[in-house]
Design a protein around this ligand. Structure first.
Ligand code: HEC
Length: 231
């Protein structure tokens, strides 16, 4: 009798727990990117918002790129990220990837020290993207090349696509792009545009990532043409 009562309660707990689980949204690694329309401000897009975070902060040499794949984990593109099984659409707490980026333990947190943890804004975007189904989506963000300034378009481009590998704690190739001094040096010596435009003789950037769009390259070019001012 006692046994069947405790079994009854166990079932009840399981039913209640399952009811409170958010719905599982299947993520298929073979899904091609979907979308292309104008960006909806309430949607987080994998190709526009999430992939650059993974490519700059996780898919680095010595970490989770195709050659290094620590613990077998490769985080270079949608297919590889979802194939880890550690991102479950609709359930941020069911996969180790989200758990590791919000971890408070210095031995578990990703990216590990001395790299800086992801910013609150990057973590919030990843959470929202998982809650929205962790889809392989993209949108057309348009191209704002009017009145290009270091403090607006240039800085935000550097922080979304470059500073994960070029920061004070880990300055790839000795280049630090998280401050004006470092950015203007490579802007004025030709290395910035040479590397992002994939010009022969320069190391193509972002390293191991997708080439910047024509619009993004134009933003750098316009700022450099202006003399790379601290404006
Ligand atoms: C995944 C890591 C990573 C990302 C992302 C990345 N870089 Fe790099 N970058 C490196 C490393 C490592 C080197 C040094 C390579 C070497 O010396 O072999 C380097 C070198 C460079 C160089 C010197 C190239 C040359 O030919 O002398 C420039 C300039 C540069 N990066 C700019 C950028 C810019 C701009 C971005 C963003 C659009 C970016 N990087 C994104 C890792 C990265």
């Amino acid at each position: 009798m006692k046994k069947s009562i405790s079994f009854f309660f166990l079932c009840l707990v399981l039913v209640v727990a399952c009811k409170h689980m958010p719905p599982l949204i299947p993520t298929d690694p073979t899904n091609p990117p979907v979308g292309g329309g104008p960006c909806d401000p309430d949607t987080v897009y994998f190709q526009n918002d999430i992939l650059p975070i993974f490519q700059t902060n996780c898919a680095k040499s010595g970490c989770h790129n195709a050659a290094s794949h620590i613990e077998g984990i490769i985080l270079t593109d949608y297919n590889n990220i979802v194939s880890t099984g550690e991102i479950v659409g609709g359930r941020p707490n069911s996969g180790k990837i989200y758990e590791s980026i919000i971890s408070s333990s210095s031995s578990d947190i990703m990216p590990p020290p001395p790299d800086a943890p992801l910013t609150a804004d990057q973590i919030a975007k990843i959470l929202k993207w998982i809650n929205q189904g962790a889809k392989n989506n993209y949108c057309d963000a348009g191209c704002d090349t009017v009145n290009v300034k270091y403090s607006t378009q240039v800085k935000s481009l550097l922080s979304s696509k470059c500073t994960g590998c070029h920061n004070t704690a880990s300055a790839g190739g000795g280049i630090n792009l998280d401050n004006y001094g470092g950015a203007s040096t490579v802007a004025l010596n030709g290395r910035l545009i040479g590397s992002v435009a994939h010009t022969t003789g320069y190391i193509p950037m972002p390293q191991g990532g997708t080439k910047l769009s024509d619009c993004e390259i134009k933003i750098f070019q316009l700022w450099i043409n202006d003399g790379a001012p601290n404006n």
